[in-house]
Design a protein around this ligand. Structure first.
Ligand code: FA5
Length: 373
């Protein structure tokens, strides 16, 4: 502030000269008008109305004036500041309205636009089938067991009484896992069946034992209408006092009835598995030709190769040697076991004529199964 100015001469106080005040006012008005948005207006406000602005500094000079000059100077500055504040407020209102209008346009949501139609995924029907089978067995008092897909050869073969020169151990059926040194003899295989889970369940628990175990298995089979090299089986084992083949038949009939429905015949074909005795193969009447293709070259059936039956799996009464291998007393306990192919069950349950459709990952195959998750 200037020193007290006894003999007042407005010319001496530069900041209070009317033309200087008017220029400061006009510059402020021009800056507000030029502000393109609220940020620029804020900067202009600080520059033209802040403590260090020309009009604020001039206002301070009034204090240094002699009393008789203060009124005129106060009026001059007051009018200029009033005009500036008014212009500032008006521009603020204007710019806020502009911003609101812009935001309304920029952030508008057009609810009529089509949305990105990415369909929700669903689990594969083989997975849901496996769960349905588990549920059926859990309802009958079974526990759900599991085992690794890279399995010890001993559990996949030896403990199941599959001796070293059994055909199933040949290179044709089995994927052997290489040892880290590159030799084939790692003692591990990609399990060819879910039956090693029988042994795992018997080793882990005491009879009475009721276990079910769906899972993936691997064989060096060619992909065709009824085979794939990676497929799923469901294994079940029951070990208790007094278990007979009759319990086995009843259990499978309940399962097939529940999963596939009635109306198709089951065929029990005597068979051989080293780990069950007696053993049987379970065939289900072909759901496509219902046997009409058998001996009828005019009506060949691709699904059952005109045999009239589709093999579901193997079963039998647990061989006492297997019970012994698992540390169970065969003079007290007996058991039954079976292993069914899940792909074959799905074929029958949903009239899928070609197994290749299940493994190719084409959503046109899975879509009709719905969005079961
Ligand atoms: C077995 O694997 C025995 N472990 C079954 C068993 C368990 C017998 C317990 C006794 C006691 P098999 O090799 O037959 O048996 O295979 C069982 C079922 O798996 C077949 O009937 C068939 O439904 C299915 N299967 C076999 N190979 C394939 C394949 N390449 N693709 C799809 N399904 C297959």
């Amino acid at each position: 502030m200037s020193a007290p100015n006894k003999s007042y001469d407005p010319v001496e106080v530069e900041a209070l000269k009317p033309e200087v005040v008017e220029q400061a006012r006009d510059e402020a008005l021009a800056a507000f008008a030029a502000a393109a948005d609220l940020d620029e207006l804020k900067q202009a406000k600080v520059a033209h109305t802040g403590d260090r602005s020309p009009l604020s500094l001039a206002n301070r000079e009034i204090g240094a004036l002699p009393p008789q000059a203060k009124a005129a100077a106060g009026k001059l500055i007051g009018q200029a500041r009033g005009a500036v504040n008014q212009a500032l407020a008006a521009r603020q209102v204007e710019l806020e309205a502009e911003r609101d209008a812009r935001v309304l346009v920029e952030e508008a949501v057009d609810v009529t636009l089509p949305y990105g139609r990415v369909p929700r995924g669903a689990r594969h029907p083989l997975t849901t089938l496996a769960e349905r089978i588990e549920d059926t067995f859990v309802a009958m008092g079974y526990q759900v067991a599991s085992g690794p897909e890279v399995e010890a050869e001993w559990l996949n073969f030896d403990a199941l009484n599959l001796h070293a020169d059994h055909p199933a151990r040949s290179m044709q059926d089995t994927f052997f896992v290489e040892a880290p040194d590159g030799t084939a003899d790692s003692g591990m295989v990609l399990r060819t069946q879910t039956s090693p889970v029988q042994i795992r369940a018997m080793l882990a628990g005491e009879p009475p034992l009721y276990a079910v175990s769906p899972g993936r298995v691997y064989r060096t089979d060619e992909l065709d209408a009824t085979h794939t090299p990676v497929f799923r089986q469901v294994e079940a084992i029951a070990v208790d006092e007094g278990i007979t083949f009759g319990h086995l038949k009843g259990t499978i009939e309940v399962l097939v009835e529940k999963l596939i429905g009635g109306g198709l015949e089951l065929r029990w074909r005597p068979s051989y598995f080293p780990f069950t005795e007696p053993s049987a193969e379970i065939d289900l009447q072909c759901f496509v030709c219902r046997g009409a293709s058998v001996g009828n070259p005019d009506r060949p059936c691709r699904t059952c190769s005109s045999e009239g039956w589709i093999e579901l799996g193997g079963c039998g009464v647990v061989n006492p040697r297997v019970l012994v291998a698992a540390g169970i007393d065969p003079s007290r306990y007996s058991g039954f076991a079976f292993g069914l192919g899940l792909e074959r069950i799905l074929m029958n349950r949903h009239n899928v004529a070609d197994m290749r459709d299940m493994v190719e990952g084409d959503v046109r195959f899975t879509l009709p199964f719905g969005m079961e998750i």
